[in-house]
Design a protein around this ligand. Structure first.
Ligand code: PLP
Length: 452
């Protein structure tokens, strides 16, 4: 930090403060974690200075031999860790990984066959009229994914997102009575809509998914099954999700982030079958800019960590702790979407406390509990104010929290929410943003959280 401070002291100070904040609060954001010192240090090296567009052994720049070593090792670790046929470690983030997957599916299933039918070797031989026809066909494809309010991600076909614009889209939700995925409904929608891409995976669904069933549905309608395991990759790596719950043997293509439950550097990952590998391998430069070689190196380190036996224990602890947290809420009368969890996250319905998600999130932050507000199915407060709080266990599990600590976390959260009231607008109406925490509660909870 002294070196940074000699150039821009405010950045050094913000960095110091970030460390203090992350250590001094309860980090319950389901998509966050604490990467190891080895992972963090690997990101701060000279690989940051290197351009390496292209792929291993096929670069558009000279002098990439060390980047080739890094990328090959990261891919090898990812393949071994997940039992995948092929791994692509360049995506800069989860969204980038999804864009690479969309492009690869379109290239493999639409562009390739189109060129073959037109008897063209590659796109360089196309006339203007050919381009128009190819573009029309590429733009005419369909995608079916999980809706945002049911727990899906923006990139799973949410209409305002690019995924909802590059594809004709439809969405599946969850059962209004149980909050659970209903595979018969997904199947019926798929039969009717006949998507090219069926997307499974989630950001805020507190349950496991049966990927064997999703594959059956995809096969029935001729869709490519894409699973976005960004949130639960750590549980797949740690063999908590096996058999039908492991997406890798069932999906044609799997995308992920590397920084959530997987506990690596911020970044993305694509796993694919041999069949899709050649089009995924062209992700850079077709979709992505030059790879972040320093981050690929840190991915290799993180995957090597996840291949150690101890990571399995960590992954199991994440799931066990989520159950302890859920039980802690339920025993104190709180309402959970789907009535519980069997993955790494819990979705708390805060409308029972007369609060919006935004009010609950702010009140908890005052008490040193860091969460994020989240829509619940059919949320009356929309995606900005919301009626839910999403809580995940990966970060505090990294800090060594177990059953007792997570039970205490539930108790502290209930204490804050039960002592928070919704505020009023300037005009005197009910506010969805302002709130009041009863005197002394935030400080008391902060102190108690500090003791954990
Ligand atoms: N996919 C899922 C399921 C996610 O939950 C997220 C992030 O929250 C992403 C993709 C996007 O990841 P990133 O923020 O790294 O682009």
């Amino acid at each position: 930090l002294e070196v940074i401070a000699s150039v821009e002291p405010r950045i050094a100070e913000a960095t110091r403060q970030e460390l203090a904040d992350q250590r001094g609060s309860l980090k319950l954001i389901a998509s966050e974690n604490y990467a190891s010192p080895a992972v963090l240090l690997t990101m701060g090296t000279w690989f940051s200075d290197k351009y390496a567009e292209g792929t291993v052994g096929h670069r558009f720049y000279a002098g990439c031999q060390n980047v080739d070593t890094v990328e090959s090792l990261a891919a090898e670790h990812a393949r071994e860790l997940f039992g995948a046929e092929y791994a692509y470690v360049q995506p800069h983030s989860g969204i980038d990984a999804n864009l690479v997957a969309f492009w690869s599916i379109l290239a493999h299933r639409v562009e390739g066959p189109w060129l073959e039918r037109a008897e063209k070797k590659n796109v360089n031989e196309l006339t203007e009229a050919d381009w128009e026809a190819l573009r029309r066909e590429l733009g005419d494809q369909r995608l079916l994914g999980m809706s945002l309010d049911a727990g899906g991600h923006l990139t799973h076909g949410f209409r305002p997102n690019i995924s909802g614009k590059m594809f004709h889209q439809q969405q599946y939700g969850t059962d209004p009575a149980t909050g659970l995925l209903d595979y018969d409904v997904v199947r019926a929608k798929a039969r009717e809509f006949k998507p090219l891409v069926l997307v499974a995976g989630y950001s805020a669904y507190p349950r496991r998914v049966n990927f064997a069933t999703m594959r059956e549905i995809a096969d029935e309608v001729g869709a490519t099954l894409m699973v976005d395991m960004a949130h639960f990759a750590g549980l797949v790596a740690g063999k908590v999700f096996t058999g039908d719950e492991d997406p890798v043997p069932h999906a044609h293509i799997v995308t992920s982030t590397t920084h959530k439950s997987l506990r690596g550097p911020r970044g993305g990952l694509v796993l694919a079958t041999e069949e899709l590998a050649p089009s995924v391998d062209r992700g850079c430069p077709m979709v992505l800019g030059g790879p972040l070689s320093h981050v690929m190196a840190a991915k290799a380190v993180a995957f090597a960590e996840a291949r150690q036996e101890s990571f399995r224990g960590y992954a199991q602890d994440i799931a066990d702790n989520a159950k302890s947290l859920a039980d802690g809420f339920l025993s104190r009368g709180a309402g959970l979407v789907t009535g519980g969890t069997d993955n790494h996250l819990v979705l708390l319905d805060v409308s029972r406390y007369g609060l919006t998600g935004r009010q609950a999130e702010s009140a908890l932050l005052d008490a040193g509990v860091v969460t994020n507000r989240n829509s619940i199915p059919a949320d009356p407060n929309g995606a900005w104010y919301t009626s839910g709080i999403r809580l995940g266990t990966p970060a505090l599990t990294t800090r060594g929290f177990g059953h007792d600590e997570f039970d205490r976390v539930a108790e502290l959260i209930v204490e804050v929410l039960s002592n928070t009231t919704a505020g009023t607008t300037k005009a005197g109406g009910p506010s969805k943003a302002s709130y009041q925490v009863a005197d002394g509660v935030a400080d008391r909870v902060k102190a108690a959280a500090g003791e954990l």
